[in-house]
Design a protein around this ligand. Sequence first.
Ligand SMILES: NC(=O)c1ccc[n+]([C@@H]2O[C@H](COP(=O)([O-])OP(=O)(O)OC[C@H]3O[C@@H](n4cnc5c(N)ncnc54)[C@H](O)[C@@H]3O)[C@@H](O)[C@H]2O)c1
Length: 284
Amino acid sequence: MQALNGKVAVITGGGSGLGRELALSCAARAMKLVLGDVDEKGMQETVRLVEEAHAGTESATMRLDVSKLEQMQQFADLAKSRFGAAHVIFNNAGVSVGGPAWENTPHDWEWVMGVNLYGVVWGVKVFTPMLIEQNEGHIVNTASAAGWLNGPNMAIYNVSKHAVVALSETLALDLRDINANVGVTCLCPAFFPTGIHESARNRPADKAQTITPSETALKRAELTKQAVQKGKIQATDIAEMTLKAVEEDQFYVFPHRKIKQLIGLRAQAAADEKKAFDSLNPVQ
Ligand SMILES: NC(=O)c1ccc[n+]([C@@H]2O[C@H](COP(=O)([O-])OP(=O)(O)OC[C@H]3O[C@@H](n4cnc5c(N)ncnc54)[C@H](O)[C@@H]3O)[C@@H](O)[C@H]2O)c1
C-alpha cells in the first residue's frame, strides 16, 4: 500500500514496545489507529504519546486478548464501527517464556502459543476477508529471528515464531492465488529493547506458572534479558522499517542483517546432517 495517509491501522500489543512505536509511525503518516492490548494502562500511555507527537490523530482502543477468536472479532467490529474499515493489520502482540522443553508446563504452552500463534491466526482469520472484500489492505505479522533460528531455553517461543513464518508465507501464496490486492509482511527481528523479557507481567491467572524454574533456566533467562536490553536496533527504527515495507509491498523484513547470514549457516548445518544448529553459538 503506497499511500497510508488517512488509512486505518489496527495494532495488537499496542500498549508497549514495538506496538507503541508502530502506533507512532502510523500516526506520523496521518493514519487512524485501532489499538488492542490486555494492558489498558499501556494503551492509554500510547494514545497520550501519539497525541503529544501528532495532535489530532484519531484513535480507538479495546482491551483485547488476542488468543480469543471472539474478542478478535469484536476488535474488527470496533474498527468497522469507528472508522468504517481496516487497512493495515499489525498482528504484533507477543510474549515469551523460558525453560527447556521438558520443564515447560501445559500452562506455559497454552499461554505462549495462545498469544504468539493463535493471536496471529485469529487476526488473519478475522481481518483478511475484510481486506479482500474492500480490495485493499496489508497484513503485517510480527514473527522473529526465532522463526528461523533456534537458541536454547526458548522452545515454546521458537516453535510459535516458526509457525508465524509458515502462516505468513502460506497466507501470501493463498492471496496471490486469488489475485487479491492484499499484501503481507513477515517481520523477523532479533533482540531489541522492549518489555518482552518481562512478559509474565501480563500472564493470565488461569495460565499461571506452577513450577520453580531450574538453575539452568534462570541463568539462560538472565542472558536473554541482557540480550533484549542490549539490542542495538531500537523499536522506533524497526517500526519505521516495517512501515516502509508496507509502503513498498515487501514480504520479509530482517532488521538485523546478521540474521540472514545465520540462516545460511543453518541451511549448511542441515545439509551436513550432523548436529542441531545453535544460533547463539553458530561456529562450533
Ligand atoms: N523485543 C524483542 O527482542 C523481540 C524480538 C523479536 C520479535 N519480537 C516480537 O515483537 C512483538 C512485540 O513485542 P515487544 O518486544 O514489543 O514486547 P512488549 O512486552 O514490550 O510488548 C508486547 C505487548 O503485547 C501485549 N500482550 C501480551 N499478551 C497479550 C494478549 N493476550 N493479547 C493482547 N496483547 C497482549 C503486552 O501487554 C504488551 O503491551 C512480539 O510479537 C515479540 O515476540 C520481539
